[in-house]
Ligand binder design. Structure first.
Ligand code: FE2
Length: 402
């Protein structure tokens, strides 16, 4: 009853703010924010999805329709569950809708069970906080990454282009073969419209197919840089090192993921003067050279780069040519073993040749018979890539042995 009364008060507060906004009061910015708050019952807008994996940590993300306080309950087999929430500068993360709970101090190679909880906040005043309903998810499971692993395996998808049905269809081609994570190599969308698109075209199909139990990493393609919601995209995902471009070692492989940006000139009229991808790629080239000179890179048995636009075999548009100029000589000089890309919508395995002294593997496009999933596995001796198209036919293979 008390909750109901307070909820009514809250609705009244929102209504009053809305009126102030309409009359041009100084409270406009507060009011316009409040207007977006849903006043109905709290619900999950997505299932939990796993991000930023490490041997001893993982991040669990999910969305709710209303600002609330959220936490995860997690337990290893035969252990009591512990409650984990996230904090920022002394404040527990709350009154938000995009929930990111970082779970640390886990044991490597250990199976965990978890559930997520969100508690509605129906009144948040300086000295009075009133909670509402608590909702909880189903129970899910994941296993932390192995530390100093001998091997690694991953699945790679690219160019889904707003076809959510492709996720389960391609993922099921992997059958029961084990894998550590999924890599989304750009152009999951045609352009960024709103949160609902993220939920319906990526978060929900991925959760149904794998992401409640296996983490995914996500680099943008040229299409994710477009549309009114493109600047919000980073709020919903977290890669290793919490960056759009990043590197890490897992098993015998040193992975580098680059964000190749737009495919046309920054001055192209389609971008309305709001693109600066030349500068962004130059920044990445400096960072890339540092990674290629690192001990971790030199020590790794295999070196793999993942980026959406391949710097060869993808025409001569500006993005391709700029990547060729900035990244190409570094890849050759430091001898990467493989580049994995998308973008062209034409799958293919391009053996080492003039221009690139390593294979370039390009995944397919969004249309039936042209969609692909790649499976990359590596142990201490061999790295194997197999590309399968949606018909079940293997359309590309490449092996690197050391
Ligand atoms: Fe594409």
């Amino acid at each position: 009853m008390e909750n109901k009364v307070n909820r009514r008060n809250f609705i009244q507060l929102v209504s009053a703010s809305t009126i102030l906004a309409a009359t041009g009061s100084p409270l406009v910015s507060f009011a316009s924010k409040s207007e977006k708050v849903e006043t109905g019952k709290i619900t999950f807008l997505s299932k939990p999805y796993l991000q930023n994996p490490e041997p001893t940590a993982i991040s669990v993300f999910w969305l709710t329709n209303r600002p609330c306080y959220s936490w995860v309950e997690i337990s290893a087999v035969n252990e009591s569950p512990i409650k984990v929430h996230s904090t920022t500068n002394g404040l527990v993360d709350a009154n938000n809708r995009i929930h990111k709970i970082i779970i640390e101090n886990l044991r490597p190679s250990t199976a965990y069970t978890y559930k997520v909880f969100s508690k509605d906040i129906i009144l948040y005043e300086p000295y009075k906080l009133v909670y509402g309903d608590v909702i909880e998810s189903d129970t899910y499971h994941f296993t932390t990454w192995e530390k100093d692993a001998d091997s690694v395996s991953l699945l790679i998808l690219n160019d889904i282009h707003d076809h959510p049905e492709s996720f389960p269809l391609l993922m099921q081609l992997n059958g029961d073969q084990p894998y550590d994570f999924v890599f989304l190599n750009g152009d999951m969308f045609d352009f960024q419209k709103d949160e609902n698109q993220l939920i319906e075209h990526l978060l929900q199909p991925c959760a149904e197919a794998f992401s409640t139990g296996k983490p995914f990493l996500f680099v943008r393609g040229n299409h994710e840089t477009r549309g009114i919601f493109s600047r919000n995209l980073a709020d919903y995902f977290e890669n290793i090192n919490k960056s759009n471009y990043f590197s890490f070692t897992q098993g015998p492989v040193y992975f580098i993921a680059l964000d190749t940006g737009e495919d046309k000139e920054d001055s192209d009229r389609e971008y309305g003067g709001l693109s600066d991808f030349d500068g962004y790629r130059e920044e990445q080239a400096i960072w890339l050279e540092q990674q290629l000179k690192s001990q971790a890179f030199k020590k790794a048995k295999f070196k793999v780069v993942l980026m959406h636009i391949p710097h060869y075999h993808s025409g001569e548009w500006h993005g391709t040519v700029h990547c060729r100029k900035l990244f190409g000589p570094l890849f050759n000089k430091h001898k990467i073993d493989m580049l994995i890309s998308g973008h062209t919508h034409v799958y293919g395995v391009h053996k080492p040749q003039e221009g690139h002294n390593f294979p370039i593997i390009i995944g397919g496009g969004p249309n039936p018979s042209g969609r692909t999933i790649m499976r990359l596995t590596a142990n201490q001796k061999t790295m194997n890539l197999v590309m399968t198209r949606d018909t079940g036919e293997v359309v590309g293979k490449y092996t690197v042995s050391k």
